[in-house]
Design a protein around this ligand. Structure first.
Ligand SMILES: O=C(O)CCC(=O)C(=O)O
Length: 483
């Protein structure tokens, strides 16, 4: 499957239309949204790589759109983008850096500085770091960060070594590079099977207990003319979805089960996922944004193309979602046996998280992605215990769930690098609040409203007890859950 149009060949639920473009209604059009220009990054704990620098110069611009009017945006709000590379991301190498690495680091730092000067900032390294909680040491002034001699680079710029990871899987450089390039990776056999057995039982229980709540949510999202509060039974809600929905029903979703279920809490807030998230995000401190269970019943339509960050009120690029199937998923090609039917695993537009030009130059309404040249990649068959990970701006979708297959349940857990700010919807005139899709509002309303209430809180750093720190292990707030 190499092109968007190949997706037309996927089997579809009766009455549904192809899940790929051209987009077919305003709601789906609004869902399309992508951005995030991460450069290559090859860091693993305990090792260093000068390639990190390109990430910073790349994201400094990418984060401005599509949520801001770039020409008017006050760049000093983009705290997380302004790490002095050797300060924010550098891990102590096992042996001193080679001269070549040091020279390359100095050159990269100079390039970033000149970029800032072109952007008209006086001294970005100094003025923009205050309050960036995810970057522990305060940066040296620019004169120290861009030293004249190699010796001064070594002594001025290298911060104290971060603590090494104390548990969890260590991702290889090639996996990290693949994530940067494609915007997704799969980690095989990441989760212990016994955890997944109790997770599945807990999730099935939540599906029964919260079915009405979930259908009401779908009515709210898909039936703009219907008041969900006026419906009380499953029959009424299914009728509303049948007769008034602007789109086919692709899934039922259930938010934040970790707040009530200890089995979900153990997985969603546990160190196995958090260790991987911290490496993919290259973040020392990671928070959980939400978990969400997706149920696809046989005959359900496709999951439309979307980027997760479009639905999160966070002004960040450092966001990653883990997708954990609760039964083996054969994937869109039907697995190894040609006789097994396809199954609705995730499909990714590889590299779309770096497609800065798409939302910058194009009006996303009615946008046909087929000429973007994305390679369409899927996870392939996944076993219980495998986890796929996608960047917050990576465009992805899932095929319809074929009739005659068992329902497909998958738990997602979304993580972000600590220090991200809330979208400043009211106080920052350059923010385009209409671009935030409210599909997940039920998930974040409580903490978002609390955090933004009060003068000067709009655009505050996203710290809340419902956004628990899960990495590093010694700072984990997982013990506060379930509530
Ligand atoms: O499982 C699905 O069908 C959708 C999942 C999804 O969109 C996500 O993980 O962000």
């Amino acid at each position: 499957m190499n092109t968007v149009s190949d997706l037309n060949s996927l089997p579809r639920a009766q009455g549904s239309v192809p899940c790929c473009c051209p987009l077919r209604n305003a709601q789906l059009q609004r869902k399309f949204h992508t951005l995030g220009a991460l450069g290559p990054r090859t860091r693993t704990p305990g090792r260093e790589s000068v390639l990190l620098r390109t990430r910073h110069s790349g994201t400094a611009l990418s984060s401005l759109a599509p949520r801001h009017v770039p020409s008017q945006h006050d760049l000093s709000r983009q705290d997380e983008q302004y790490d002095v590379p050797l300060q924010g991301e550098y891990s102590r190498p096992r042996s001193p850096p080679s001269n070549r690495a040091v020279v390359a680091a100095a050159a990269a730092t100079r390039r970033i500085k000149s970029r800032w000067i072109q952007l008209g900032l006086e001294n970005p390294f100094v003025s923009n770091m205050a309050g960036n909680i995810s970057s522990p040491p305060a940066p040296a002034p620019v004169t120290a960060a861009v030293p004249r001699s190699v010796t001064r680079v070594r002594h001025a710029a290298i911060p104290p070594a971060p603590k090494p990871a104390t548990s969890g899987t260590t991702l290889s450089d090639s996996v990290l590079l693949r994530f940067e390039r494609d915007g997704f990776v799969v980690t095989r056999r990441l989760m212990p099977t016994d955890q997944l057995t109790s997770l599945r039982a807990a999730c099935e229980g939540e599906v029964s207990a919260r079915r009405l709540e979930s259908l009401r949510h779908r009515v709210r999202v898909l039936c703009p003319g219907v008041d969900p509060a006026s419906l009380s039974s499953e029959v009424e809600m299914r009728e509303a979805l049948q007769n008034h929905a602007t789109d086919d029903l692709g899934f039922l979703q259930f938010f934040n089960l970790h707040r009530t279920s200890s089995a979900v809490c153990r997985v969603a807030l546990g160190p196995e996922l958090a260790a991987v998230a911290s490496q993919l995000l290259a973040a020392r401190r990671v928070r959980v944004y939400q978990d969400c269970l997706f149920l696809k019943e046989p005959g359900f339509a496709e999951t439309n193309w979307h980027s997760d960050l479009r639905m999160a009120p966070l002004d960040t690029n450092d966001f990653v979602t883990a997708w954990i199937p609760l039964r083996p998923v054969r994937g869109v090609r039907g697995g190894s046996s040609s006789r097994s039917p396809p199954d609705s695993g995730l499909i990714f537009a590889a590299g779309s998280h770096r497609d800065f030009a798409l939302p910058f130059w194009h009006n996303m309404d009615g946008r046909d992605l087929s000429d973007r040249g994305y390679a369409m990649k899927d996870t392939g068959p996944m076993e219980v215990g495998d986890v796929s990970w996608h960047h917050g701006w990576t465009l992805h979708c899932a095929a319809p769930q074929p009739v005659g297959t068992p329902p497909r349940l998958a738990l997602t857990v979304a993580f972000f690098a600590d220090g991200a700010r809330l979208l400043a919807r009211h106080s920052d005139p350059t923010v385009r609040p209409e671009l935030l899709h409210d599909e997940d509002a039920e998930s974040y309303a409580s903490w978002f409203d609390q955090l933004t209430k009060g003068k000067g809180r709009d655009g505050a750093v996203a710290h809340h007890k419902l956004l628990p720190v899960v990495w590093p292990p010694e700072a984990s707030e997982a013990g506060n859950f379930p509530l």
